[in-house]
Design a protein around this ligand. Structure first.
Ligand code: C5P
Length: 209
């Protein structure tokens, strides 16, 4: 997740645990990749063998991601806050007893779309995630095109699935050519499978050169 401050003691957050993103970084490192993990405020362990950059807000995350370029493959598994408050007050907002404060929101940058649409330094393989609660494949296919990424990993995050915060995931890999629906597995296994697919993709592109 990212945290978007409202004032020095309060923030806007979401239920993402960071487990899937950390598992992907761990799987990529285990497969021999040089990995930079840009990670928000989470309580999961830092994977071994990666360069870890801790950030708090969406804007910090974008800056850290841009700093990490160029790379061969970029995976965007963060649950970036869509909005931040228009003003971040220096002092704690006080209860006045005379009504409630109005929180004006502004949109955060879309990190995945920004990187996927770079004119120079666009990573050759850009992988996004689509956390959906309905019409998972349909929404995810549209998202792949709208963001300009190569692959989308789509998953159902309805509360009944327990994906948000849980250890398991049921994912679909959407490429320009096909949709692969994977059985339910651990987030570590989703990560390993995704990195295996990425390695195969690079091996195949080398052969076709
Ligand atoms: O638009 P939506 O949030 O559903 O898209 C999900 C994908 O976009 C994920 O890969 C997520 O990491 C990425 N994203 C982003 N920056 C945002 C919002 C989403 O990189 N501000």
């Amino acid at each position: 997740p990212t945290h978007e401050p409202i004032d020095p003691v309060r923030y806007i957050a979401n239920r993402s645990s960071g487990k899937q993103g950390h598992a992907i970084a761990a799987a990529a490192a285990a497969a021999g990749a040089m990995v930079t993990l840009v990670s928000g405020p989470v309580n999961v362990p830092d994977p071994p063998g990666v360069k870890l950059i801790k950030v708090e807000t969406a804007r910090d995350m974008l800056a850290a991601v841009e700093q990490a370029l160029p790379v061969d493959a970029a995976v965007f598994a963060a649950a970036v806050a869509d909005w931040r408050t228009a003003t971040n007050t220096a002092e704690k907002i006080k209860k006045t007893g005379k009504g409630t404060p109005e929180l004006a929101l502004v949109e955060n940058p879309d990190i995945l779309a920004t990187v996927a649409q770079l004119k120079t330094r666009r990573p050759p393989l850009v992988i996004g995630f689509a956390a959906e609660t309905e019409h998972v494949l349909e929404h995810a296919k549209k998202k792949r095109k709208a963001k300009g990424c190569d692959w989308i990993v789509a998953n159902d995050v309805s509360p009944r699935t327990g994906v948000m915060g849980g250890d398991r995931n049921t994912a679909h890999l959407i490429t320009a050519e096909a949709v692969e629906s994977w059985p339910e597995m651990s987030k570590a296994e989703v990560a390993e499978r995704l990195m295996l697919r990425a390695a195969r993709h690079f091996a195949e592109s080398e052969i076709s050169v």
